[in-house]
Design a protein around this ligand. Structure first.
Ligand code: NAG
Length: 257
């Protein structure tokens, strides 16, 4: 047995164990050939490497998406972060702009089955049920678009005051609802944290009020909106044309208006 090379490994092993008195006799030397010690160390290194790799990959890899009845539509594609072309949604209110937003929200209320509700982990107690037995549901993305639309209308109350109904005003166009919408959108934006970058470009003398603008050549991974919309429209409950079974809080008030 080569004593010299075995002792050269001692400090390494010593790191993993209690400190060893250098003068104490080492009975293991005579029982285990150095090959076993080498194998043990290699196995230990491989194990450590595997643990580190698993930890790292777990941190950076995507989690499986949670259940959704719209699962089948998940299809990612790259979108430019910045696109200079303004769309109709960015325009001041007009009947055309309202029609565009209404069309965008055509799939806001959808029908889901009891089984899908249960798979989604929804609480069935007091769940709003449709006459045919399915349930009323809203995809998260539609809740967010709805919130954006409410905030947009809130910004243009001069235009909308005469156009909204009293019940719409009570339910949607009030400060509590605006605050709820800001919070909902903040969470959604931070959840999907877009990490692509804008850069700042000079467009005027630095003393001008807006001397530079943000631009980007970056891209984001987005879901294919067409697929989402097709799914939602396929199950859409047409506004004011669907009926819910009475909930548990109904009072006797005669026919409603
Ligand atoms: C389900 O909803 C009911 C009514 O709001 C509530 O009392 C109950 O605690 C909920 N159950 C769970 C598991 O959250």
């Amino acid at each position: 047995m080569n004593k010299g090379s075995l002792e050269a490994m001692e400090p390494l092993l010593g790191d993993l164990d209690e400190p060893v008195e250098p003068t104490q006799p080492k009975p293991v030397k005579t029982r285990f050939p150095k090959q076993w010690l080498l194998l043990f160390m290699i196995a230990l290194l491989l194990y450590n490497a595997a643990v580190v790799t698993m930890t790292l990959t777990h941190t950076v890899s995507e989690l499986d998406p949670p259940y959704s009845p719209a699962h089948s539509v998940i299809k990612q594609e790259r979108h430019r972060l910045w696109d200079g072309e303004p769309t109709i949604y960015a325009q001041s209110p007009s009947p055309q702009v309202d029609a565009a937003w209404e069309d965008l929200l055509a799939g806001v209320n959808v029908r889901v089955t009891r089984e899908e509700m249960v798979l989604a982990g929804e609480n069935m107690t007091n769940a709003a049920q449709l006459l045919n037995g399915d349930y009323l549901a809203v995809l998260g993305v539609y809740h967010q678009i709805h919130c954006l639309d409410i905030l947009r209308k809130g910004l243009h109350m001069d235009y909308y005051t005469s156009k909204i109904t009293e019940s719409d005003r009570l339910r949607n166009m009030n400060t509590a609802h605006y605050d709820h919408c800001v919070e909902r959108l903040r969470r959604a934006i931070m959840c999907h944290a877009d990490l692509s970058i804008y850069s700042a470009e000079w467009v005027a003398d630095s003393h001008e009020p807006e001397p530079k603008i943000l631009r980007s050549n970056g891209e984001s991974n987005c879901l294919n909106w067409n697929a989402v919309e097709t799914w939602a429209r396929g199950r859409a409950l047409e506004r004011k044309k669907f009926y819910l079974r009475p909930g548990p809080f109904e009072k006797e008030r005669g026919p409603s208006g």
